[in-house]
Design a binder for this molecule. Structure first.
Ligand code: ZN
Length: 427
């Protein structure tokens, strides 16, 4: 599975994010529905609607939230704050409000970021009925005392939790899970980058031959993974590895957070890819972060890690209006996409072989195997020697790549050449 023009893919992913960016999303409602409809133009997506009140593990599907309009008007009747200007202005899941109040009363419901006076923070209150507005500190400071008319034209009613699922059948029933949260409003890196990279990954894999089956989930954070797990407990037993994708377009280095198991095949695949691709970080599991928290809860303990660039909360733009389309760049998106694909390729290509000529080294030159992998570098030769030496039926190609400190691709290429030369047999 190779992508011919990776730069072009970075631009396509960025363009798709721009298309999704203006939508006012939340964990339920028409914003996430519209987002899934647009994802569904690229792949075959099953959209599931789970009714409000459904018990899911220890949680309950909340009321569906929709928003028609929200504003703050000054005495002259001018909208000084308007949802139409930025959907971050409204705290997500705000209850309906229609009131006139003084500035000091209003301020009890206003959030700002004093350390970044021009940025609007992102706030939600999903599980506690409340309302609020988010403003740039500078704008709040410019509001004169007086009476303000506050309107939040929202609905919180029995409805549905909506998520999208794309299943790609492979040769085996075992699955690779790719999960991404699609519940944030106009925020680019967190997490339209994850949504768009997952979309293009699914699109690419749909056209490739697959040993594994693949399941892509486009879900609201936390409640979405809990809902999916509650309804699909049986399917979880087939998950051979998985990735939560989030924050894939910022300029930081790639970060992989290991699954709770720590040394699952997917953890080792991701570590091999990142190690040989340059500057990166590999972090141990902790029960905080994105939906890997749910997949790695002890009752499931699935081999699911998280691929990001800069982890959440460690860049100032995180959860603010500065996480916009200028913060994410096509080359970083392309790089993240290529790494996802490379990790998938390790999972697809990791097999165990037996050396058919284990008594002494076989004569490679006589079989035309010097330079047979396309390269004539020392790495290629070393990869062949390592594969021959460790292919005793016990070591997988990933074991060999780790032991030899070589990129998996190189080891896979050497095994292909040796198999074609009649020196290896799959166990
Ligand atoms: Zn977030």
């Amino acid at each position: 599975m190779r992508v011919e023009n990776i730069d072009e893919v970075g631009h396509e992913i960025h363009a798709f994010m721009r298309h999704l960016f203006p939508i006012c999303r939340s964990i339920t409602g028409d914003g996430i529905r519209e987002t899934l409809a647009r994802v569904g133009k690229h792949l075959s997506l099953d959209v599931r609607e789970i009714p409000t009140g459904t018990r899911v593990l220890d949680w309950t599907v909340p009321p569906e939230w929709n928003i028609r309009d929200a504003y703050i008007k000054d005495r002259a009747g001018e909208r000084v704050v308007d949802l139409g200007r930025s959907n971050l202005h409204l705290m997500g899941y705000s209850v309906p409000v229609r009131e006139t109040m003084s500035l000091s009363e209003l301020k009890q419901h206003v959030f700002t970021l004093p350390e970044h006076p021009d940025w609007i923070p992102y706030r939600t209150s999903y599980y506690e009925p409340s309302w609020g507005f988010c403003l740039a500190e500078r704008q709040l400071g410019s509001l004169p005392d007086g009476q303000y008319e506050v309107c939040i034209d929202s609905t919180l009613e029995d409805g549905f939790l909506t998520y999208g699922e794309c299943y790609l059948e492979g040769d085996r029933e075992d699955e690779i899970l790719i999960s991404t949260h699609a519940c944030h409003p106009s925020l680019a890196n967190d997490n339209l980058s994850g949504v768009a990279v997952a979309t293009f990954l699914a699109k690419h894999l749909a056209g490739a031959s697959r040993r594994y089956s693949y399941r892509f989930l486009f879900i609201p954070g936390t409640i979405g993974s809990i809902t999916w797990l509650a309804l699909n407990e049986e399917a979880t037993t087939r998950i051979a590895g998985g990735l939560v994708l989030a924050g894939l377009g910022d300029p930081g280095r790639s970060t992989y957070k290991r699954s709770r198991r720590g040394e699952a095949e997917i953890d080792r695949a991701a570590a091999n890819v990142l190690r040989h691709a340059g500057d990166h970080a590999i972090e141990a599991f902790e029960p905080y972060g994105y939906d890997e928290r749910q997949y790695c809860s002890p009752g499931f303990d699935l081999p699911v890690g998280c691929l990001m660039r800069t982890p959440h909360g460690r860049y100032p733009e995180y959860h603010t209006s500065a996480d916009d389309m200028s913060f994410v760049k096509p080359p970083f998106l392309a790089d993240s996409f290529a790494k996802c694909l490379a990790i998938v390729n390790v999972m697809e290509g990791n097999r165990t072989y037996r050396n058919l000529n284990p008594m002494g080294e076989p004569q490679l030159g006589r079989r035309g195997l010097y330079g047979a992998t396309g390269g004539s570098g020392v790495g290629d030769r070393m990869a062949m020697l390592w594969v021959l030496n460790l292919s005793d039926g016990d070591h997988s190609l990933l074991d060999i790549a780790e032991r030899a400190s070589l990129p998996f691709d190189l080891v896979r290429g050497a095994a292909d050449a040796l198999e074609a030369g009649g020196l290896l047999e799959e166990r």
